[in-house]
Ligand binder design. Structure first.
Ligand SMILES: Cc1ncc(COP(=O)(O)O)c(C=O)c1O
Length: 389
């Protein structure tokens, strides 16, 4: 590869991390309301803000009537664990795993909860398991978007509307950027730190009426820590889904989430948010097509994520390197971009094949991605000087 000059234009915002993700365009801490800070979250004002976050989230996402949405501890992980620990065990379970987060849920189900009747349907990084193999007479656990491989489910068509088991979906890097098939989903979880550019700490747990029925009819065989408990005396603790959180939330994080939701509403709601992410993916695809130095880890466009875009480095000099040298060269590319201040946190996830991961969710501006691509080409050319034989 011949050296290329440093591009003249820099992304206005170099934040392309896959979580916490870029703040919304125009974000300012000064825009957040602070009147509920330093007060009890159970005071009228605190409860009202928690309820506002719940109501705005439901409306923006288009959560169906009859579904419940609660703010829970420990971000998306907390929400998923609450669901797994509270709901599983009533019947067999199929777990889909095609990257590290799905694998993590599979580990919990098989090794921690030790469910005997658990099938793990796996696929390697860049691919998705055969969705036709899923048995919906069982409970089904899956991630809508595998953040560490950039592979998502194509839609909800593979899930039958009438099913005996529950579908439990970790939608953390899909919610607000992809169309979720609500009638096919019984549990949906996500964290604020992703598509809406919010903060960590709290997760969101959405339950269908069927999920609530399971909660009220099934007593897990294992002890249930207070932090996961959603029922009392066999009845749902309904307050959790009205803003009476299990324990103390960060009201600053709640205000930040409300700010993101208001932004989403102002730009045109869910279609606009999805549209922004799709436009970002299209911009990446146009560059990938022209580049010759990178390729999507997800070969099939039908399952290609529009949020966590994962790329392999395919430059001929890179392909010739040993696995160890490839890992070093990838780090060098990511390091150069970081040092230049043009892109932060661009490295592939630690368990994924070496490459680049670019967040392209709704808070990222297409113009910033377009400014970034020539910089990646530059960094690859620079790294080639050190690594190419
Ligand atoms: C698909 C998926 N599940 C779970 C998580 C964990 O989220 P959190 O750190 O918000 O708990 C992430 C975070 O990147 C994710 O992408």
């Amino acid at each position: 590869m011949t050296a290329i000059a440093k591009p003249a234009t820099r992304p206005a915002n170099p934040n392309f991390s896959s979580g916490p993700c870029a703040k919304r365009p125009g974000y300012s801490l000064a825009a957040l309301a602070t009147d509920c800070l330093g007060r009890s979250h159970r005071a009228k004002i605190g409860k009202a803000r928690l309820k506002e976050a719940i109501d705005r989230s439901k409306a923006l996402l288009g959560v169906p009537e009859g579904y419940l949405l609660g703010i829970v501890p420990a971000s998306d992980t907390g929400a998923v664990e609450m669901a797994l620990w509270s709901l599983l065990g009533a019947r067999g379970v199929d777990v889909l795993a095609w990257e590290s987060f799905g694998s993590g849920w599979a580990t919990d189900i098989v090794k921690q909860l030790k469910l005997k009747d658990a099938r793990v349907l796996e696929a390697p990084y860049g691919e998705i398991p055969d969705l036709k193999q899923v048995d919906f007479s069982r409970d089904v656990v899956f991630t809508w978007n595998g953040t560490t491989s950039g592979v998502c489910v194509p839609n909800g068509d593979w899930i039958p509307a009438d099913r005996a088991g529950l579908t439990i979906c970790d939608a953390t890097s899909a919610a607000f950027a992809m169309d979720l098939a609500w009638d096919k989903l019984d549990v949906v979880t996500y964290s604020w730190q992703k598509v809406m550019g919010g903060e960590g700490a709290h997760g969101v747990l959405i339950l269908s009426p069927r999920a609530v029925a399971r909660l009220e009819s099934h007593a897990p065989a294992w002890p249930m820590p207070k932090i996961f408990r959603m029922t009392k005396g066999g009845k749902l603790i309904a307050g959790i889904f009205e803003g009476e959180t299990i324990n103390t939330p960060s009201m600053l994080v709640v205000e930040d989430a409300i700010d993101g939701l208001k932004w989403g509403e102002a730009i045109g709601g869910l279609p606009a948010l999805i549209g922004r992410s799709k436009a970002n993916l299209a911009a990446v695809a146009a560059w990938v097509e022209a580049s010759g130095n990178v390729a999507f880890l997800a070969a099939d466009p039908a399952v290609r994520s529009s949020t966590s875009v994962c790329l392999r480095i395919t430059a001929p000099w890179f392909a010739k390197l040993s696995a160890e040298a490839q890992a070093k060269a990838q780090k060098a590319v990511v390091g150069l971009l970081d040092k230049e201040g043009v892109a932060y946190d661009l490295g592939a996830y630690r368990d994924a094949p070496p490459g680049l991961r670019i967040w392209a969710g709704a808070t990222v501006e297409t113009a910033d991605l377009e400014a970034l691509f020539p910089w990646i080409e530059w960094a690859l050319a620079e790294a080639a000087k050190d690594f190419a034989a």
